[in-house]
Write a protein of this length. Structure first.
Length: 288
């Protein structure tokens, strides 16, 4: 400092953020930084309806538009898998600073949270969120570690059948189950029938909690599965398992209740096939 002059520090952290995926929006919300969000997707609004007011709704990571992004004048665009090559090109064409995420495991998700937090100048808050997630996961694991671990099949899509992602497999293990088949991969009705899981869980992307459990058991010819015979067929709300963000703790609690109902109370977002009496009466209509 010379002649008594002061050096003025400029804030270079992003303050106009466009989120093209709900996971990024959830992380911003947990960081207390939703005030920086200038645009998001309709799927983000599904999670937080109140954010629609005063914000632009844009296409997501799969169908991104450079024109839409440029119009919001962002200083950061955040997106996450799944991507289309054309959508990535559109994001890059916008000229905005781009943070692209592609998590597969819980470790990846922790890194993404810390990365986003550091990028917007909230590193300590990011570390605290990760610590809280890890602590809760280990708390649930401590309850289930000495219990019998039933075989669990969990799918994120039904046609074709796609097993849930690796981070879900990790949560299933923490919740006291044994994840069967390869996470994140296509499988078949015959393969699942051969696995004969003790517990079946559906969390279809974009379906909320509206997966028609009884119907898919009927259509796929799975009436003899152990999970069906013992009424251990469940739907977990989509965003609880498919959004790689702190929301996964809600998914963990739902998984624990589905896998070990005698040790965990049933939370919001978990539905059992036994609750579907009206659907069961109409199995042959609107076949999926």
């Amino acid at each position: 400092m010379k002649n008594g002059s002061k050096i003025h520090m400029t804030d270079h952290t992003p303050h106009r953020i466009v989120s093209l995926q709900p996971s990024a929006t959830v992380i911003l919300e947990n960081l207390g930084a939703l005030d920086r969000l200038v645009a998001c997707t309709k799927y983000c609004v599904d999670l937080y309806p109140n954010i629609a007011e005063g914000r632009v709704i844009v296409d997501d990571s799969w169908t991104a538009s450079a024109t839409q992004i440029v119009a919001t004048k962002p200083d950061l665009v955040m997106a996450a898998v799944p991507y289309q090559e054309k959508a990535v090109s559109e994001i890059l064409k916008s000229g905005a600073r781009f943070l692209g995420l592609a998590p597969r495991t819980l470790a990846d998700i922790y890194t993404d949270i810390v990365l986003i937090a550091g990028t917007i100048g909230l590193a300590e808050q990011g570390e605290a969120i990760v610590h809280d997630m890890q602590t809760e996961i280990e708390r649930v694991r401590s309850v289930t570690c000495n219990l019998y671990h039933p075989c669990v099949f969990c799918e994120e899509w039904g046609k074709p059948i796609i097993a849930s992602q690796p981070w879900v497999a990790e949560l299933v293990e923490a919740a006291g189950g044994k994840f069967v088949t390869e996470a994140g991969k296509h499988t078949s009705e015959e393969a699942v029938r051969a696995l004969n899981p003790d517990v079946f869980i559906a969390a279809w992307c974009g379906a909320g909690d509206r997966v028609p459990l009884a119907k898919i058991m009927h259509v796929r010819g799975w009436s003899k599965l152990r999970a069906v015979l013992n009424q251990r067929v469940y739907c977990i709300r989509d965003e609880y398992l498919n959004t790689p963000a702190p929301t996964l703790l809600s998914g963990l609690h739902a998984l624990a209740a589905a896998i070990h109902p005698d040790h965990f109370s049933s939370p919001d977002g978990l539905r059992c096939v036994s609750d579907e009496s009206s659907e069961t009466r109409s199995l042959d209509s609107n076949v999926v």
